[in-house]
Design a binder for this molecule. Structure first.
Ligand SMILES: Cc1ncc(COP(=O)(O)O)c(C=O)c1O
Length: 438
């Protein structure tokens, strides 16, 4: 369990993450994959030398692949073509035979990844179709392991559990355990736009109009899996593809949590619901998997840009001086001798300063002007700064976009001042600008 810090600063309560990428297959699905196989063995549905078949968004396939290697089964996985290429390649790397099926077909279409898995299970002798959607060993695994861990790791203090819902195994198993321990624990499911869950939960209607294709991986469905126990879920929150992707990147940058796409969706859901939380709440968000499976997608700038997902990350003047925002603005008065300005520049390692006179910015001074002046006339060091001033630095507003700020930089001008209100200013230098673009 990891406590979220910076990213959760404006959310009331303690926000904890159950980070599931530490499992050997790098996702929470290892837990239910092993359980589904061992329960099938116990029932006699899976016999030595058999073939395990599954439709998967990748993570269950990985968990199954590891179990199959250890136990000596063959594995066939069917996947929809919206899954990341990394997931497909990884499954092949651990010995699975993978069939990639079209996403944009209904579940009962013969080419859907559900139908292909079912067909293969009928064609292949001594095979077992795991069917994580309706196989209740899935949620049982979480009832037996994930739920108790969350309870113990929070010393029974958990008040909210938040998680993306796909097959429903994670949410339903954990919810059952936690609600048995404390019926007041709130269970929030994270859903995607394009999925049927939220509307079905709120109205009891399976509305086909809710179904359309979306990009988020692992959460939301166009079917009602038996593993989703709607009676245990207090609320479904929908998160857009864009918000999920942007927040997944934010979690990596602000918390050092390199997570899969549904992790961003889960955190975004908590953000959207933060008004329902109080300072005493202990919220556990489960993060399903590791970011390495998404490097070609969410963590790829081109992929993000093509979908128009990068706009939200547009930097403004405020972002450009973030690393010195708490330091006072360095400046010099126009009547001071040049050697004072040089001393400040040397001490703080800066190459320009705003110049003030009677509380106003009247000019600027920089090393490209001072160096030749001092070289030509050493007595310049005792002369007043006003003799060597350039024009004052342009002033920008906190919300001005980076592109607008960058326009002020040229050979003559190497900095701008940012008006922070109430007479406070900060400086953005050429160095800050370059650092923000790297
Ligand atoms: C990345 C990811 N997030 C969320 C989920 C949803 O979990 P569950 O199927 O237990 O509801 C899955 C399941 O496939 C997943 O792979």
């Amino acid at each position: 369990m990891v406590k979220l810090n910076k990213i959760a600063e404006d959310i009331p309560g303690t926000i904890l993450a159950k980070v599931e990428y530490f499992n050997p297959g790098h996702s929470v699905k290892d837990r239910m994959a092993l359980k589904m196989i061992e329960d099938a063995e116990a029932r006699g549905d899976l016999k030595p030398g058999g073939t395990v078949i599954e439709c998967t968004s990748g993570n269950t396939g990985m968990g199954l692949a590891l179990a199959c290697i250890v136990k000596g089964y063959s594995l066939i996985c069917t996947m929809s073509d919206k899954q990341s290429k990394e997931k497909i390649d990884i499954l092949r790397a651990v010995g699975a035979e993978v069939y990639v099926c079209p996403t944009n077909v209904p579940p009962d279409h013969p080419e859907s990844y559900y139908s292909v898995a079912e067909r293969k299970s009928k064609e292949i002798e001594n095979s077992f179709w795991v069917n994580q959607y309706d196989n209740l060993s899935n949620r049982l695994a979480h009832y037996e392991s994930t739920g108790p861990e969350i309870w113990e790791q929070t010393d029974g203090k958990v008040t909210h559990f938040v998680v993306g819902v796909g097959t429903g195994g994670t949410i339903s198993g954990v919810a059952k355990y936690l609600k048995e321990k404390n019926p007041d624990v709130q269970i929030w499911g994270v859903d995607s736009y394009g999925s049927v869950f939220k509307k079905y939960h709120e109205t009891g209607e399976f509305d086909e109009k809710e179904i359309y294709s979306y990009i988020t991986e692992g959460i939301g469905e166009d079917i009602l899996p038996k593993n989703v126990d709607f009676s245990l879920i207090d609320h479904f929150e929908k998160v857009t593809d864009r918000d999920g992707a942007v927040v997944t990147r934010e979690l990596a940058k602000k918390e050092g949590l390199f997570l899969g796409y549904s992790g961003g969706s889960a955190f975004q859901a908590v953000r959207q619901l933060k008004d329902k939380l109080t300072k005493d709440d202990v919220v556990v968000i489960l993060f399903h998997d590791h970011g390495s499976r998404y490097v070609g997608k969410v963590f790829n700038d081109d992929w993000m840009r093509e979908r128009g997902f990068l706009n939200e990350e547009k930097k403004t003047a405020q972002d450009l001086f973030a690393d010195h925002k708490d330091l006072p603005l360095l400046l010099v008065n126009s009547g001071e001798p040049v050697h004072n300005a040089v001393a400040i520049m040397r001490k703080f390692g800066v190459s320009q300063l705003p110049v003030m006179e009677e509380g106003k910015f009247v000019g600027s001074i920089d090393d490209s002007r001072l160096i030749p002046a001092l070289a030509a006339d050493p007595s310049a060091r005792d002369k007043e700064v006003r003799n060597y001033m350039r024009a004052p630095f342009p002033v920008v507003q906190l919300s001005d976009p980076l592109t607008a700020v960058a326009k002020y930089f040229n050979e003559e001008n190497g900095a701008v001042l940012v008006d922070q209100g109430q007479g406070r200013y900060q400086i953005i230098t050429r160095h800050d600008l370059v650092a923000s673009m790297s």
